[in-house]
Ligand binder design. Structure first.
Ligand code: FAD
Length: 376
């Protein structure tokens, strides 16, 4: 790993994250050196007595900018376009982006691994919050010899400005797809997910083929006074991270959020929570505009004493949710396909208990464009 002693650190404000890379512990600080107050790509080496700055060549860059004040974003030209960009690059002729950073964002007790991946697209593949990128993993398609792999879609987890606020990066939140042999219970390396493993294993500077952006169903409605009920399992939180950064972290002159955003996040346990620092910060700073409820299936119990899933949380707040929907709230579902049947059953049951027909309500919600589903 490359070392570079650069300058004295004049300000050191702990941000959020500590990462361990090859035995060294890094903590990411907001630093100023010389006239520059932002040092992307550098972290302090805590093991070094003289606090050298260490150029990051692996995975130790903070992506949680929750201690930053609202950020004035640029270039504002990204607000001028009236229609979302669509398929700027096709899978057959993808754009070659560069990996900026890859960071594991779950704790040691999380089942499985999820990574926060920042990709530099140089401003060439612009997108809006709620859209997805396609990624074409390197190598040959096993089903079509000589051809590239099929494209895999990933929801973009940043705003159009990206995590560096310059409109040149996009962030993905990727869960490594692993295959366990049902008989031995052991991982089978020959059946690992191709694209998610490629992305989670990639290193800063690696190239990545991207297509897109695509998707309109999860676009954030323009009305800054709207209510948004966002339901996620696991990486389904990705588009909501983008929404919430736009609402609460960035300072976009044309979008001053005054509505309500309510996030329900279902994961296995505390260590599996994604972007919890950011969300907790919004809760503290914007208590009138943000609500955040988690369902930790392996830690929380539902009212019947069983595992707490996201639909149990929805049931707990169903009266409020139904009232908000009646008043025009948008409801979003993102994450694993398997989440939908349980949620739909719960909503149907609650509707019936309230003497309403769920089928009619659902078709009305769809007609009013209040119902947004992206599951995979
Ligand atoms: P693949 O190689 O496609 O394999 C798929 C699964 O099959 C894996 O679980 C793999 O382990 C298993 N498998 C492979 N070979 C075998 C075999 N021989 N026998 C049995 N099983 C096998 N994912 C995210 O992590 N984050 C997101 O934000 C996200 N957003 C999405 C948005 C949309 C709109 C859609 C449609 C999907 C999204 N996905 C997201 C899912 C993503 O597109 C991929 O499907 C996922 O990453 C798995 O792709 P892979 O190439 O890693 O696995």
């Amino acid at each position: 790993m490359a070392h570079s002693a650069i300058a004295k650190v004049s300000v050191a404000v702990p941000v959020t994250n500590e990462s361990s890379v090859k035995g060294s512990t890094f903590k990411t600080y907001s630093v100023s050196f010389g006239s520059k107050s932002w040092a992307p790509g550098y972290a302090l080496d805590l093991k070094s007595n003289n606090l050298r700055l260490r150029k990051q060549s692996v995975v130790c860059m903070s992506v949680q900018q929750t201690t930053a004040p609202k950020v004035a974003v640029s270039p504002l030209a990204l607000e001028d376009v009236k229609e979302p960009p669509m398929h700027v690059y096709k899978a057959k002729e993808p754009y070659t982006g560069t990996i900026v950073s890859v960071e594991r964002v779950v704790g040691p007790k999380a089942p499985g691994e999820t990574c926060h991946i920042v990709i530099d697209h140089g401003g060439n593949v612009p997108y809006w919050e709620g859209q997805s990128y396609g990624v074409i993993p390197p190598g040959e398609n096993p089903k079509k010899p000589g051809k590239p792999h099929n494209v895999r879609l990933y929801s973009i987890a940043s705003t159009r400005y990206g995590d560096h606020f310059d409109g040149k990066t996009a962030t993905l939140c990727v869960r490594r797809a692993v295959y366990y042999d049902p008989e031995t219970g052991k991982e089978d390396p020959s059946k690992m997910g191709v694209c998610s493993n490629f992305l989670c294993d990639s290193k800063p500077g690696d190239k990545v083929q991207i297509a897109g952006p695509s998707g309109k169903v999860m676009l954030l409605p323009e009305d800054p006074n709207a209510t948004h009920i966002m339901i996620a399992t696991g990486t389904g939180v990705a588009p909501y991270r983008g929404y919430l950064r736009r609402m609460f972290m960035e300072d976009v002159p044309t979008y001053k959020f005054k509505g309500l955003a309510w996030l329900f996040l279902g994961v296995a346990n505390t260590d599996s929570l994604l972007y919890d620092d950011e969300f907790t910060k919004y809760l503290k700073d914007h208590p009138d505009n943000f609500r955040y409820d988690t369902a930790l299936s392996r830690e929380h119990k539902n009212k019947k004493g069983g595992k707490m899933y996201v639909q149990d949380k929805i049931e707990e707040y169903s009266d409020e949710i139904f009232k908000l929907l009646d008043n025009g709230a948008h409801i979003y579902f993102c994450g694993l396909k398997g989440m939908m049947p349980g949620i739909q059953d719960t909503l149907k049951r609650v509707a019936e208990e309230r003497g309403e027909s769920w089928d009619e309500k659902l078709s009305q919600l769809k007609k009013n464009q209040q119902w947004h589903v992206e599951v995979y």
